[in-house]
Structures are given as C-alpha cells and as structure tokens.
Write a protein that binds this ligand. Sequence first.
Ligand code: EZ4
Ligand code: CO
Length: 402
Amino acid sequence: MRVSDARVIVCSPGRNFVTLRVETDDGTWGLGDATVNGRELAVASYLRDHVVPLLIGADPFATEDTWQYLYKGAYWRRGPVTMAAIAAVDVALWDIKGKALGVPVHQLIGGRSREGVTVYGHASGGDLDEVVQAVARYLDMGYRAVRLQAGVPGLAGTYGVGRGDLYYEPASPGRPTEERWSTERYLDFVPRLFDRARQEFGFEVHLLHDAHHRLSPTEAAWLGQRLERYRPFWLEDPVPAELQSSYRHVRRHTTTPIALGEVFNSIHDCEQLISEQLIDYVRASTVHTGGLTHLLKVAHLAELYHVRTACHGPTDVSPVTMAAALQFDIAVHNFGIQEYMRHTPETDAVFPHAYHYDDGMLHPGDEPGLGVDIDEQLAEQYPYERSYLPVNRLLDGTVHSW
Ligand code: EZ4
Ligand code: CO
C-alpha cells in the first residue's frame, strides 16, 4: 500500500480549520488536523507547497519513518507551523493504519486503559453569579470537572470568558480586538471566584482555572498559595514557559497543581519542566505537538516523572484532533483529564464523528482508525475567513500576553 494523493482542505464552519486528507492506492484514506488558530494559511501552504509532493509513494504504515523524514528532512526544526504540518500527516497515517487493520487507533497504541475519558467544560460569566449558573449547567450535564473563568471587576473584557450558551470562543473577523489588563485586579479577584464556587458546590467537583500566560513567577506563586485552600484541580499556564527554569520559583512556593503546554510544539519545550517535576499536567495536543507519534513520546517521558497528560481541546482544534486526542487518552496510562469545548453544530456537521459525550466522559467509539470524517461538499460552503482572537495590553498600553 502506498500514498497516492493528499489534499489540504481549508474551511470555516464557525471558525477556521485546516485539514489534510491522505489517500492510498487501495482507496483507504485518513485525516489529519493542521489548524493553528490565527495562522491557518501558513500551515496550509507548508503542507501544499512542501509536504504533499514528498508524501506521494510513501508507505502509510511507516509512521515513525515518515515523521523523522519530515522533521529531520526539513532541516528547520520545530515551531508551530512545521509541527502542525507534520502532525497532520502523522495523524492521517495512523487513521489509515487503523482502517487498513480494521481497528480503532487506540488498539495500536496500548489498547484501552480506562472506561472513558473524563473531560472538563468551560464555565464562564461576566460576574460571579453568572459563573455559578454556568457551573450548575455543566453539573446538570454530568460534568465532574469545570474550568472557572469570570470577568474581572474593573476590566472591560477578559479573553477566556466565553460568549454564548456553550461558552464558545469564536475569533472575530478583521484585525484583532484589543483588551486591557490589570494583574492587580485579577489577583484580587480569582481567590474570591474560587471561594464562591466552593461555597456553592462544595469539594466534590473539580475546579480548574486558566491564567493564560499573564503572570510573572512571583505573581503565580502568590496566586497558587491563595488558591490552595480551595483545592483547585489545577492552575493552567500561569507564566509563559519559554524559560522552563522559571517554574522552579512557582513550584517552591505553592502546592497548587500546575498545568502547562497548549502552546508547546515539541518534547524539548517541556523536557526540563517534566524531568525536574515542575508541572503536574502537560497540555500538549496531537495537532500542535507533532502528532500521535511525538505526543506518545511526551506522554512516556511524563509517566516517568509523575506528570499526567491533559490534551488541549478548544474549539479551534477540529473534531479530527478531538478524535485523535480521545484515542490517545483512552490508551495512555498517565492520562489526567481532557479539555472539551463543544464545537458548533455547523462544525460537527462538516466533521461527522464516532466519539460521543456521556455523563462527564467522552468515548472515542470503536470505528476503525480515528472515527472521524469530513463532508467536503459541505465544507466548501464555509470558505476561509481571516479571524483572530484578541490581543491584550496593560492599562498603560504595554502589550501583554492574552
Ligand atoms: O485560548 O485555543 O485552555 N484552553 C485555552 C484555549 C486557547 C485557544 C487559543 O487559540 O486556553 O481556549
Ligand atoms: Co489554556
């Protein structure tokens, strides 16, 4: 069996997605997601112009060799564009391999390690009362873990506080909107958010929070300490992690669990964080961290150091990535939790899938391969639309992480 064709499909059913469809000479096909939110067309070009021509004739079962060929062969290593492109190929080949053998991908990477994949949802609101209502809705749907994000008093808008019924975070067309940020107001507010949620819901439900890279190590340590009494499941991305050693300071001062890594694209982005046990959860995803082949190496390294996996699962990764994440989550021993932001009905219609939600868990299903398809005719009705999430500035106008 050989790869006979591959094409890149860019569509926007509610938000932009880049999908790679790989075909073999016996008619088997597989899908990979290559979406990098806000920089989608760069990956589409990387694939169309530089990867697809190299794939024709490849052995689709040789996932490791193809990964190394694309990684080492490019000479220019790592980075989100390169790694998302390699990921799309890798995941599509795993999909093909599963279909050719008639088994779901999780059977190729260890088989089932658990009954289902525990997920967390995004509860957010403009103020504390709204967040409490949102948490209650998630608990009614059976969720056992909920991420809390709320508007900070005194700030006009905060990224991560979603809009709409299921707290979808669509990017906006045109130039990014700009938000204003005050770390002081935020630090004052987050312990009150957790205090209120624990008063309302007790300690049964897992509560999570995402600081989205907006803090310094000292600020993160301060917040982690203040949150300990509320026993958060985790504090996510408190500090940008380019300088991995900066987490030593955070770790020394708080026992609040730390989750990092939705922007990681290589095992080298977290090697020190994992091997020095500076984090508790690694949030790397199949799409942004080089596919299943590479993410399995991250998971196996993490297992040695008591770090668990928690794949990124926002709506800006497509159902192809969600399907791949669930195949991974059900199989790896050191799985922790899976983020689950529901896609819109438009997105779900373009990407019909076997995975399904039931009582706080997602289940990958037993379809051969990943268990996800793309309706290309429907996808054509949703052309690409240039869109961005907001950028952020401090009150004095200085650009800040959003
Ligand atoms: O902001 O995927 O934990 N989840 C998140 C996401 C990210 C988006 C950025 O594209 O922080 O919602
Ligand atoms: Co996040």
